[in-house]
Write a protein that binds this ligand. Sequence first.
Ligand SMILES: Nc1ncnc2c1ncn2[C@@H]1O[C@H](COP(=O)(O)OP(=O)(O)OP(=O)(O)O)[C@@H](O)[C@H]1O
Ligand SMILES: [Mg+2]
Length: 352
Amino acid sequence: MTEPLLEVENVDITYRMDSEDVHAVTNASFEIGANEYFGLVGESGCGKSTLAKSVIKGLDSNGEVSAGTIRYKGREIQDLSEKEYNKEIRWKEISVIPQAAMNSLNPLAKLSDQAIEIANVHTDWSAEKSVDRLKELFDIVGLPESRVTDYPHQFSGGMKQRAIIAMSLLLNPSLIIADEPTTALDVIMQDQFLKHIDGLRDERDLALLLITHDIAVVFETCDSMAVMHGGQIAEKGTTKEIFSTPRHPYTILLQQSFPDARHPDRELEVIEGSPPALREEVDYCTFASRCPWAEQECQESLPPIESMNGNDSHAVSCFRSDEMESLASEHLNTIGRPQANAIENEGYEDDD
Ligand SMILES: Nc1ncnc2c1ncn2[C@@H]1O[C@H](COP(=O)(O)OP(=O)(O)OP(=O)(O)O)[C@@H](O)[C@H]1O
Ligand SMILES: [Mg+2]
């Protein structure tokens, strides 16, 4: 197998606070191969952006990778200085469509001038070459080439999104990280955005790390995926396997909480409760307090992430993963919801 593009290995991320730390990510591992579209999905606050920021050396100043390694094309990201990262990786290798993408363009500069400036910092391209390149990319994302000299405010919301995709491709990166790129868009524009992202596969060698809370978007767009809750990776593998045979309780409930076009009448699941506060080192399953199938063990130790079928295409972090198929089908056949497990919830925040 060829070397993965991005390897995140046993990563912990801690935010230092005056009174107590926040253990935002615990023991996260995943890989993204060249040309692979990878989705990272989970509810608000589960640590998706934190993980993405650690990959681009963009953690807030109180955050640090407190364990594990992150490698891009075999190089340890933590070993690079910010200057080295900016010079060698940013834009050229990894570019980012940030969570507040609509505001990520400079409102005071024409798109063409923004492209010239980025290329000027990172390459020896002439201004003419930079603008030509942007025009090419405008063409790919379905914007008229003549609009490269517009200011961001001259674009509609959907056009702005496409301009941001074009800009992120400017220096031909191998990996794009898109953090909730569709959240601010209506359903039709979301669909268009995802079509453009999908269309890029045919145009160039590009891998995507797509971050979203919407598991249906990942199923539609990505080759493989990881599901996160409370700073932990619950389940990862090919989208196909996770879609057809989810084995982590959180994935199963999450999948049931989004509409399915094939079963429009299905009742949507609501995942009750809130995740633990992560103030102390996390040595338990962070979904246990909300899991209908949790047992004492789940509150007392961290379940290892284990392969479901002897290969890397599906791995799950749940003590009961072998039983989940039958437990879940019982659950899905039952009318109404299972009772939240009544075991003690010491050390957890009360549900709101
Ligand atoms: N600078 C910070 N200092 C302290 N805690 C932080 C900081 N940034 C994030 N956190 C906490 O870390 C956890 C993970 O946050 P993160 O932004 O990664 O979540 P997310 O999955 O991206 O959520 P969303 O879907 O809402 O964007 C949350 O509990 C958040 O409150
Ligand atoms: Mg986020």
